[in-house]
Design a binder for this molecule. Structure first.
Ligand SMILES: Nc1ncnc2c1ncn2[C@@H]1O[C@H](COP(=O)(O)OP(=O)(O)OP(=O)(O)O)[C@@H](O)[C@H]1O
Ligand SMILES: [Mg+2]
Length: 592
C-alpha cells in the first residue's frame, strides 16, 4: 500500500534492485546469459558485413574476384551456422532460467506465507494473498522472458548499431542518436500518463478476486439468503470497471503508437536519404548503404519492440511490486536467534501483567492479566463472550506478543524460546477445527504423520469419533471435502480432538471443544478429556460450566481482565461472584 503514492514503479530504483534480490538463485545464470547475448549480437553483425563486401565486389566486378566472393559466401554460411549454435545455447539457458524461477518463486512464496505469523494472515484477505502470488509470479516470468529474448539483445544491438553507424559515417550515427531518444521519450510519457489508471485497475483486480473468494467461501450463506444475483451483480460491476479502464488504456497506447511509428518512419527515411546522398557524393559504397540500412532497420524495429516491453513492464510492475512486498513482509512475532529448544518441558504457564491490544482495535483484549496455569493440572477459562479466553490461548502459543508484561513457560519468557521448539509441546482443539480436504485418517494424523493406523484408531476412540467414522462410506479413508464440509460440526470437533490426542502434547488446550456436541457426546468427551489430562497441563475454555466442574482451578475472564479465580467450590459459593452468577443463569436455563 505504501507504494501507491509512487509516481512510477519502474522509475523507482528500488524496484529493479528488489527484483534482482528476488532472483538471487539465478543471478549467475542471468549474468552468463547477458554475456552470451552480447557475443551473439556481435556475431550477428558478421553476416550483413560480409554481404556488404560481396555487394561492393559485385558493383566493381572483376572476374578474379569470383573466387573471393565464393569464399565470402561460404564464410557467411558458416557465420550463420555459428550464430544459430550460439542461439541454441542462449535459448537453453533462458529455458533453464525460466523453469527455475517458475519453480522457486511460488515455492518461496508459499514458504513465506505458511511461516508468516497469524497476525498477518488475520489482517489479509485470502483472495488477495492468492492473487498476489499468482499475478506476481506470472508477471515476473513475463518480465524475465521479455528481458532475455527482447531487452538484453535489443539493448546490445542498439549500442552496437550506434557505434557501427558512427564508425561508418558520423551523420548516420547522429541521425540515429536524434530519433531514438525521441522515441524513448514518447514511450516514457505515455506510460507516465497511464500510471494512475493502471494503479486503479490493479487495485480492482484484487478487489474482484477478494469478492470472488468471499462469495465462494460463504456460498452457504449466499444460497440460504438467496443472494446469488446480488453476488453476481457486485462481481460483474467490478469486472466491468476493469474492462472499461483497460480498454481506455489500450486505446491510449494505440494512439501513442501512431506517434511512435511516425518517429520511426522519419528515422528510417532520414537514413535512406542520407545514404543515397552519400553514395551520390561517392562518400559511401552501395554495399555500405545496404549494410547501414539493414542495421538501422533492425535497430528501429528493435526500438519498437523495446517500447512494447516497457509498456508491459509498467503494466506488470504493480503486480510485481505487490509480490515483492509479500516476500518482504515481516512477522509481528520475531523468533529469537539461538532460542531455547527444550527437550522436555514441565508445562507451567504464567502471565505477568499482560496487556494486549489487537492491531486496528481500540480496546484491550487483555488488560493487566496475571494468572498461573500449573503444570499437570486442569485449568478452566470461563467468562462472557469476548472476554479474552481465546486470546489467552493464542498468547500461550505466542501467536502474538503482549505490548506489556510477559508470558512465561517454565519460568522463562516465551520470547527466549525458539518458536517451533516450544510450540511442538502444545496442542489445541480450536473453536473452529480446520479440516483439510483429505481423508479422515490424514486429518487425524496431521500433527503426527508417522503415526500408524493403530494409533490413529486409538486416538479416534479416545475422542469418541470412532463410531461415526465407522459409519462413513470408506471409514478412515473417506474424503471429507473442503474444510470438512461433509462432516457435521460435532464430527469436525471430534476429529480435532483426535488430532490433538495423537500429537501427544505436554500442554493441551481445548477451546470450546464440546460446544457443538449433544449432552451425551459431551459427557463422553468430558470423560475423554479427563483421561487425557492426566499428567498434562490442560486448559479448558468452556461456556458450559458443567464441563469444567472438576477443574483444579477456574479463572474467570471478563473484558480482558481476570475477574476471579479459584476452585469450582470456592467460586460457586462466593457471594455476588461472576462465576456464581453465570452458574445460576445456566442452572435456570439447563434442560437436563
Ligand atoms: N483477530 C482479531 N483482531 C481484532 N480483534 C480481535 C481479534 N480476535 C479477537 N478480537 C477481539 O478481542 C476480544 C477478545 O476476544 P476473544 O476471542 O479472546 O474472546 P473469547 O473470550 O474467546 O470469546 P468467545 O467466548 O466468544 O469465544 C474481543 O473483543 C474480540 O472482538
Ligand atoms: Mg473464544
Amino acid at each position: 500500500m505504501k507504494k501507491n503514492n509512487k509516481e512510477s514503479f519502474v522509475k523507482d530504483k528500488g524496484f529493479w534492485f528488489k527484483l534482482w534480490e528476488l532472483l538471487t538463485p539465478s543471478k549467475k545464470r542471468i549474468k552468463g546469459l547477458a554475456v552470451l547475448t552480447a557475443v551473439f549480437e556481435l556475431a550477428r553483425l558478421l553476416g550483413p558485413y560480409i554481404l556488404k563486401i560481396i555487394i561492393d565486389k559485385l558493383v566493381n566486378f572483376k572476374p578474379e574476384d569470383l573466387i573471393v566472393i565464393l569464399y565470402l559466401i561460404i564464410l557467411m554460411f558458416f557465420s550463420e551456422e555459428i550464430n544459430s549454435l550460439l542461439h541454441y545455447f542462449k535459448d537453453r539457458i533462458i529455458f533453464r532460467l525460466v523453469t527455475d524461477v517458475e519453480y522457486y518463486l511460488p515455492v518461496n512464496a508459499q514458504k513465506k506465507l505458511v511461516f508468516l505469523n497469524l497476525d498477518y494472515h488475520e489482517s489479509e484477505n485470502t483472495g488477495n494473498k492468492i492473487i498476489k502470488i499468482e499475478r506476481g509470479v506470472q508477471k515476473i516470468i513475463d518480465l524475465l522472458v521479455n528481458m532475455s529474448w527482447e531487452v538484453i539483445p535489443t539493448l546490445t544491438q542498439l549500442l552496437v548499431t550506434l557505434i557501427v553507424l558512427f564508425i561508418v559515417d558520423w551523420r548516420f550515427g547522429l541521425s540515429f542518436l536524434f530519433f531514438a531518444p525521441l522515441f524513448v521519450f514518447i514511450t516514457y510519457k505515455v506510460n507516465k500518463d497511464l500510471q494512475p489508471t493502471r494503479r486503479i485497475r490493479h487495485k480492482n483486480y484484487e478487489i474482484a478476486s477478494g469478492k470472488m473468494v468471499q462469495s465462494i467461501i460463504n456460498i452457504n450463506t449466499v444460497k440460504s439468503f438467496v443472494q446469488e444475483k446480488r453476488e453476481v451483480k457486485e462481481y460483474s460491476s467490478i469486472r466491468e470497471k476493469i474492462r472499461v479502464n483497460e480498454l481506455k488504456e489500450w486505446f491510449k497506447l494505440l494512439r501513442f503508437g501512431l506517434g511512435r511509428n511516425l518517429v520511426i518512419d522519419l528515422g528510417r527515411t532520414t537514413i535512406l536519404l542520407l545514404g543515397i546522398y552519400l553514395v551520390w557524393q561517392s562518400k559511401a559504397s552501395i554495399g555500405t548503404l545496404v549494410f547501414v540500412i539493414t542495421l538501422s532497420e533492425k535497430a528501429y524495429f528493435s526500438l519498437y519492440r523495446l517500447s512494447r516491453f516497457y509498456d508491459k513492464v509498467e503494466e506488470g510492475a504493480a503486480a510485481v511490486d505487490r509480490f515483492i512486498d509479500l516476500t518482504k513482509e515481516e512477522s509481528g512475532v520475531i523468533n529469537s536467534k539461538n532460542g531455547i529448544t527444550p527437550k522436555e518441558i514441565i508445562g507451567q504457564i504464567e502471565f505477568k501483567k499482560v496487556d494486549f491490544v489487537y492491531k486496528e482495535s481500540k480496546n484491550k483484549a487483555l488488560n493487566k492479566v496475571n494468572l498461573k496455569i500449573n503444570s499437570g493440572c486442569v485449568t478452566a477459562l470461563v467468562g462472557p463472550s469476548g472476554g479474552g479466553k481465546t486470546t489467552v490461548a493464542r498468547m500461550i502459543y505466542r501467536h502474538y506478543d503482549p505490548q506489556n508484561g510477559g508470558v512465561l513457560l517454565d519460568d522463562k519468557n516465551l520470547k527466549d524460546y525458539d518458536l517451533y521448539g516450544f510450540r511442538k509441546f502444545i496442542a489445541i482443539v480450536p473453536q473452529e477445527v480446520e479440516i483439510f480436504n483429505t481423508s479422515v485418517r490424514d486429518n487425524i494424523a496431521y500433527a503426527n504423520p508417522k503415526a500408524d493406523f493403530k494409533e490413529i484408531k486409538a486416538a479416534a476412540k479416545i475422542a469418541n469419533a470412532e463410531e461415526f467414522i465407522n459409519q462413513l462410506s470408506k471409514k478412515y479413508d473417506t474424503l471429507v471435502g473442503e474444510r470438512g464440509i461433509k462432516l457435521s460440526g460435532g464430527q469436525r470437533q471430534r476429529i480435532g480432538i483426535a488430532r490433538a490426542v495423537l500429537a501427544n502434547p505436554r500442554i493441551l488446550i481445548f477451546d470450546e471443544a464440546t460446544s457443538n456436541l449433544d449432552s451425551k457426546s459431551e459427557k463422553l468427551i468430558q470423560a475423554a478429556m479427563q483421561k487425557l489430562s492426566h499428567g498434562r497441563t490442560t486448559i479448558i475454555i468452556a461456556h458450559r460450566l458443567s464441563t469444567i466442574k472438576k477443574a483444579d482451578k477456574i479463572i474467570v475472564l471478563e473484558d480482558g481482565q481476570v475477574a476471579e479465580q479459584g476452585s469450582h467450590y470456592e467460586l460457586a459459593n462466593k457471594k455476588c461472584g461472576l462465576y456464581a452468577e453465570l452458574l445460576k443463569l445456566q442452572r435456570m436455563g439447563e434442560v437436563d
